[in-house]
Design a protein around this ligand. Sequence first.
Ligand code: NAG
Ligand code: NAG
Ligand code: NAG
Ligand code: NAG
Length: 182
Amino acid sequence: MQSKQFLCVLFAIFLTSIFDYNDAVVFKLTNLVCESYNQSWVVFHNCRLKAVGRNKVLLNLNGTVLHPVNDVSIHGRFFKRANGNRPWLYDVTIDGCQFVRKANNPIASIVYRLFKQYSNINHTCPYVGPQIVKDFYLRHELLRVPMPTGDYLLSIQWLFDKKLQFDTNVSFAFVEDLMKKN
Ligand SMILES: *[C@@H]1O[C@H](CO)[C@@H](O)[C@H](O)[C@H]1NC(C)=O
Ligand SMILES: *[C@@H]1O[C@H](CO)[C@@H](O)[C@H](O)[C@H]1NC(C)=O
Ligand SMILES: *[C@@H]1O[C@H](CO)[C@@H](O)[C@H](O)[C@H]1NC(C)=O
Ligand SMILES: CC(=O)N[C@H]1CO[C@H](CO)[C@@H](O)[C@@H]1O
């Protein structure tokens, strides 16, 4: 019995150290660019990051789709910064209308899981009117996949009817610091 209790205590200490470890992960947005290439279909009113703490940065995006769209292609490219940008891990094009019906792409699902609660885009096609992302920030606990320390860029080109309409480029930092104890 005694040794079992001792093991429980050890296990609790182990869990606590994992908790500290999670605290020591920095996962934050560092840059955001939105650009419409066809102002008669998509306009951006707001596309901004705001730091609200040393390691917490909020993303706000407000755009309008001026005519209903039923054909959305999403071309996502994931870069890890090293001597300029170079492709790393991922380059994919998915059918956006199909994806919101059935999340059929694992990497897109990770990205979607991170931000869907902050946005009004989780509905099926067509899309029209205000497209909002409000006070979104990166939460490490929702990531659930390992990622090496580094600076990353997720560049997304949005195509309507197979034609490029706009870009959203989001940069973020992921830093694992095992020595830091907040
Ligand atoms: C987004 O990132 C890609 C890849 O670096 C780049 O080619 C594109 O010009 C960027 N778009 C904007 C609007 O900056
Ligand atoms: C720009 O948007 C209009 C809809 O307002 C559309 O008819 C046209 O095809 C689009 N042009 C391009 C190059 O995507
Ligand atoms: C988005 O921008 C439009 C146009 O400026 C504005 O009317 C609307 O209130 C904004 N929506 C949000 C949620 O900020
Ligand atoms: C792609 C995705 O996650 N879609 C979800 C949108 O929200 C509905 C209702 O909450 C879910 O059933 C979908 O899975």
